[in-house]
Design a binder for this molecule. Structure first.
Ligand SMILES: C[S@@+](CC[C@H](N)C(=O)[O-])C[C@H]1O[C@@H](n2cnc3c(N)ncnc32)[C@H](O)[C@@H]1O
Length: 344
């Protein structure tokens, strides 16, 4: 069974501080920052470097990139308007070197087109939720606090977790809980949700947590982590269409990395890491048809993998930042022009 644990496990939800007025730097600790900077360094020092950060968040990695070389230009994308506002304050000292865009990162092609940018020298993605999103209790990501069942990273659009719970049929609910949460009792929980919502539709997280406590057998609750952990993770992935979105985003991002440019990706969930791994491995493989004695230039690999397998954090980071527990870092360099034509 794949390990789908993600950052919710060690999200610090037990010591939440919504701390109104806290700045971006104090809200989210960037994960594997030295490793990411090392992997991107040759691209960041290229003359005229343009770095796209497709998950800007609190701008922690982005700030370090801007500091790494005084000529780098940053394009920072995030779907969360609150994150963009806080990152904007943090990155204001860099003036016109930082351009921040409210978009979903599978729109990266259109974002770059609008800015008149054909290719970038580096791209970076730090997938999943930020500590800001987990800590803002009213956004409904955290099971430890009663809140509206929202969970949208972009609260201006799309369906909420309550919409999923109140409208999906039992089969789809079970699929979501099983596929995205590895929840063993997915069918049982889905049945209970459908029965309960006929009495009153779901709107707040405490009622869902209560249902999970009463539905998951006690023996499994002992030692299996919080009984709501897997369901909340699954709902969050479904609400934000995280896996389908990443499957759409990574090929476009790869196409926009210039020859000699680099891409680095931090994944917190085995399913998104698998998408990353496959996309990078496909680019690093020759497409020479079996039986062809020589490799024609158009079949040659277009990427060079920079990480052997996936990198994981060192012990110091694991000890100080629980959010880093499930992270996997993969990176690649573009060594020739893409085989396909430019995407969306
Ligand atoms: C883990 S945080 C990034 C933290 C950042 N690297 C830092 O150091 O502050 C992930 C961010 O990506 C954003 N995000 C997740 N999926 C996205 C998507 N498909 N498109 C745009 N932004 C996304 C989230 O809103 C969140 O702010």
């Amino acid at each position: 069974m794949p390990d789908t644990s993600d950052e919710q496990e060690g999200s610090g939800m037990e010591h939440i501080d919504t701390g109104g007025g806290r700045d971006a730097a104090s809200r989210h600790v960037p994960v594997m920052l030295p490793e990411v900077l090392d992997l991107l360094a040759p691209a960041l020092s290229t003359p005229g470097a343009i770095h796209v950060d497709g998950t800007l968040g609190m701008g922690g990695h982005a700030q370090a990139v801007l500091e790494a070389d005084p000529q780098v230009r940053l394009i920072g994308i995030d779907r969360d308007p609150q994150a963009l506002r806080l990152a904007g304050e943090r990155l204001a000292p860099f003036g016109e070197r930082a351009t921040l865009v409210h978009a979903v990162n599978d729109e990266i092609g259109a974002v770059l087109d609008d800015l008149g940018i054909e290719t970038v020298t580096s791209a970076f993605f730090d997938l999943g939720v930020s500590s800001l999103q987990l800590d803002e209790t009213e956004r409904g990501f955290a099971y430890a606090h009663d809140a509206p069942l929202d969970m949208r990273m972009d609260p201006t659009t799309g369906m909420t977790a309550a919409d999923v719970l109140n409208t999906y049929d039992a089969r789809d609910l079970a699929r979501v809980l099983s596929d995205y949460g590895e929840e063993r009792f997915a069918r049982k929980i889905a049945g209970a949700i459908v029965r309960e919502r006929e009495v009153t539709p779901f709107d707040r997280s405490a009622r869902l947590v209560e249902l999970l406590r009463s539905t998951i057998p006690m023996a499994s609750q002992r030692g299996g982590g919080h009984p709501a952990k897997r369901t909340f993770q699954a709902l969050r992935i479904e609400v934000n269409e995280e896996l389908a979105g990443w499957s759409r985003a990574i090929p476009v991002a790869l196409e926009r990395v210039a020859v000699g440019g680099r891409i680095a990706v931090l994944s917190f969930h085995s399913l998104e890491d698998r998408i990353t791994k496959r996309a990078l491995a496909a680019g690093a493989a020759s497409t020479t048809p079996a039986g062809l004695p020589v490799e024609l230039p158009e079949h040659a690999p277009e990427l060079r993998l920079l990480t052997r397998g996936a990198m994981t954090p060192g012990e110091d980071e694991l000890a100080t930042n629980p959010r880093s527990a499930s992270v996997r870092l993969r990176a690649a360099e573009r060594i020739r022009t893409p085989r396909r034509t430019k995407g969306a």
